[in-house]
Design a binder for this molecule. Sequence first.
Ligand SMILES: Nc1nc2c(c(=O)[nH]1)N[C@H]1C(S)=C(S)[C@@H](COP(=O)(O)O)O[C@H]1N2
Ligand SMILES: [Mo]
Length: 417
Amino acid sequence: MSRPLRWRSPIRGPWLTSMFALPLLAGLPVVALTGLLDRLAYGREQAIPAADAVGGLQLPWWDWPADPAWLFRLTEGLHVGLGTVLVPLVLAKLWSVIPKLFTGPERNPVALLERLSLVLLVGSILFLVVTGLLNVQYDYVFGFSFYDGHYAAAWVFLAAFTLHVVTKLPTMVRSLRSRRLRTELATPLAATRPEPPHPLVAPDPDPPTMSRRGAIALVGGGMVFVAALTVGQFTDRFRATALLLPRGRTTAPGSTERGGPNDFPVNRTFAASGIDPAVVGDGWRLTLTGGAAPVVLDRAALAALPQHTARLPIACVEGWSTSQEWTGVRLTDLARAAGVPAPASAEVRSAEAAGPFTRSLLNRAQTLAPDSMLALRVNGADLSRDHGFPARLVVPALPGVHNTKWVATIGFSGAPR
Ligand SMILES: Nc1nc2c(c(=O)[nH]1)N[C@H]1C(S)=C(S)[C@@H](COP(=O)(O)O)O[C@H]1N2
Ligand SMILES: [Mo]
């Protein structure tokens, strides 16, 4: 197109763009950094392996700690929560620079590079937002691994974002200085005039239909609205308001647990696991391996071991989290019972035979943490089947996905993994 669409909003201009950019400059690095931390927390060699290198880029792996217990709840909550709340701002920022995306061909190599970084920036952000939100709303609906696709796009984003910030920072500072926020907030629609001539400013603007303060209020209001629909996923009290998080909102549909000790979100129900009820009935046994010979315990034997109680979060990689009071047998006590007095790692397997939740690998810190346990009870009652009866793993700061339900075997090893 030689003469592109004409963008005639009279408020579009470098000042408004910079106003939208400033909070993104602060917020997007937090979303990116917490995302990378979440990947570290997820760990390697789990049931759905997460590639540690993409295009030769490798995170410096270190063992994710088990203390403080709320660590993953915080990093995952910030990543998903802030990432969601920033969406209206990202869209507003994109709207504000639309003319830039439709200018004619460039010859100047510097401008070409800038254009390329812009395409990569916009493309990667949209990809990250869409895959992230879809993953929260629906199951893993992609034709590729969400973990690896989202992670690869994050590196593209980080590179393009850095280049964009480095090249645009002086412009942003200059633009922000060109008008005073306080003056703009006092300017009504009738007094709204275009910014001075600039590639973003329409040469033939329409009459204003919204003031700059109106635009800022609209975007801010959108963010507050999204936040209001999101906070419930992190708070047990406002759970019902988490309209953007269908799975983190309720106990299992049709559950009789409403109002009871097991009334907190269920990611995947017992029915959905496909486990034969007989397997987790009276005949259920826990097998501990790693010692000279396997040790087999029934639930009564487990209940007769010293019981430990701790309030610990379940924080799902899809963003929702909850905190409950769990009671069960410490992993270190189970390791001793298994004949491995100094365990350095553990592999916990579910009775669930197939799928991504069959096993979970624990590092040394996670195995030895005093609050790490095989829980039998929650909030003073036996676990419901949906929460993993007869026994489930609960480990501080471990992503929810690895807190395996319907545990069948635990293998302890004296060697770190
Ligand atoms: N065996 C098994 N364990 C599992 C799951 C599962 O589907 N099967 N879901 C995991 C996920 S993704 C989360 S977030 C937590 C949720 O625990 P809850 O359903 O008790 O809240 O359990 C984890 N443990
Ligand atoms: Mo989860």
